[in-house]
Design a protein around this ligand. Structure first.
Ligand code: NAD
Ligand code: DAU
Length: 348
């Protein structure tokens, strides 16, 4: 029996991780702790909410007293920490909330684990989920490896880099058993439509302008979210204590080429004429401090733990577009209210 605390489990990636663990490991108690910010949505977990090995707790990772009491109440012996403020554009407008949640929240969890485990680290693990953005930006050539120096540029990536440093510091200073993974851009069902892929799918469906930052030439390395969840499962069980694993699909796309694939797929599935929505492409002011290229070398994860992405990109994109088209109600719910205000401030 294991009692695993998953933070941020109501968000995009977290919900896929929670589902995988709850369904695959009936002898694990999965405790999903999430503050349900604008990005958290319990609708993402409707299918598993009644399972006997699943508990949801609404709490803030920065609430140190509550976090300590949760460790003792649920006898937590494993942590998979995903809760974070995750959108770069929001971090440019409000860096403080990123420092608070991503840095202080991670520190609260680390200290609570340290308090509860009291130096008995047998079968304990603190697994921190991070991003490739901590490594900075690449030129045309090369990849981020686990030994690439940190060089974050946005308040978001600076806060994630800082949290990674705290996690390693707890390992080096107190021997806390930790592992970290740094993943590339995820896509798939349940992603909040502030990020490129779901935002653009929604706008194409509604014939709204597609705001391409700069010249659309920035490059991202895309991974299907369920492949990320499977990598997390493997690293949680087999990762070497104190180590870092990069996760990515060797799947680089220039934004503008990816956007054209999205247009083609949505138009096809909606029965529109091929390329009909290309007229929606609108070049807008570039993102401040926009990283040019991310590309992950995930060969350590493949060679040491045997993980490989399972899905071809075109297939993953088609499944993702299909999901958004079939889940209009989900999209409607998350794009009402506060989202409208955000959209106006960002794009109008
Ligand atoms: P998300 O924004 O969709 O979800 C974040 C979740 O954390 C939400 O459910 C939110 O309610 C919760 N949360 C936020 N602040 C909280 C707080 N103070 N206390 C408790 N819960 C809180 O994010 P995501 O895209 O699913 O990313 C999850 C993690 O993976 C993050 O740590 C992110 O940095 C990392 N990551 C994301 C990507 C990506 O492409 N999305 C890639 C690599 C790494
Ligand atoms: O690399 C991993 C990271 O990927 C994660 O750590 C972050 O949590 C996640 O948000 C993502 O960051 P990006 O900034 O790369 O993702 P985003 O979807 O915001 O943007 C992808 C690219 O598309 C980027 O080059 C900016 C561009 N873009 C984005 C938006 C929202 C546009 O051109 N227009 C837009 O409206």
């Amino acid at each position: 029996m294991r009692n695993i605390l998953i933070t941020g489990g109501a968000g995009f990636i977290g919900s896929h991780v929670v589902r995988l663990f709850v369904n695959k490991y009936p002898d694990y108690n999965i405790i999903n702790l999430d503050a349900l910010t604008y990005a958290g949505n319990l609708e993402n977990l409707k299918d598993i909410e009644g399972k006997s090995n699943y508990t949801f707790i609404k709490a803030d990772i920065c609430d140190y007293k509550t976090i300590n009491s949760i460790f003792s109440k649920y006898k937590i012996d494993g942590v998979i920490h995903l809760a974070a403020e995750s959108h770069v554009d929001r971090s440019i407008k409000d860096p403080f909330s990123f420092a608070k949640t991503n840095v202080m929240g991670t520190l609260c969890l680390l200290q609570a684990a340290q308090n509860y485990w009291e130096g008995d680290f047998n079968n304990k693990l603190f697994y921190h989920i991070s991003t490739d953005e901590v490594y900075g930006s690449l030129e045309e050539e090369g990849f981020f490896t686990e030994t690439t120096s940190y060089d974050p540029h946005s308040p978001y990536s600076a806060s994630k880099a800082s949290s990674d440093h705290f996690v390693r510091a707890f390992h080096d200073t107190y021997s806390l058993p930790i592992v970290i993974s740094n993943c590339s851009n995820n896509y798939g069902a349940n992603q909040f439509p502030e990020k490129l892929i779901p935002l653009f799918i929604n706008n194409i469906c509604n014939n709204k302008p597609l705001p391409v930052y700069g010249k659309g030439e920035n490059v991202r390395d895309w991974l299907y979210v369920e492949d990320h969840a499977k990598a997390i499962e493997i690293i949680f069980h087999k990762g070497k204590l104190g180590d870092t694993y990069n996760i990515g699909g060797f799947n680089e796309w220039k934004n503008i080429d990816l956007i054209k694939i999205l247009i083609k797929t949505v138009d096809k599935l909606l029965g529109r004429k091929e390329g009909a929505s290309e007229k929606l492409i609108t070049y807008v002011k570039d993102r401040a401090g926009h990283d040019y290229r991310y590309a992950i070398d995930s060969s350590k994860l493949k060679n040491e733990l045997g993980w490989e992405p399972s899905l071809q990109f075109e297939e993953g994109i088609e499944q993702t577009v299909q999901w958004y088209l079939e889940n209009e109600e989900w999209v409607k719910n998350v794009t009402s209210g506060e989202y409208q205000k955000y959209y106006k401030e960002m794009y109008e």
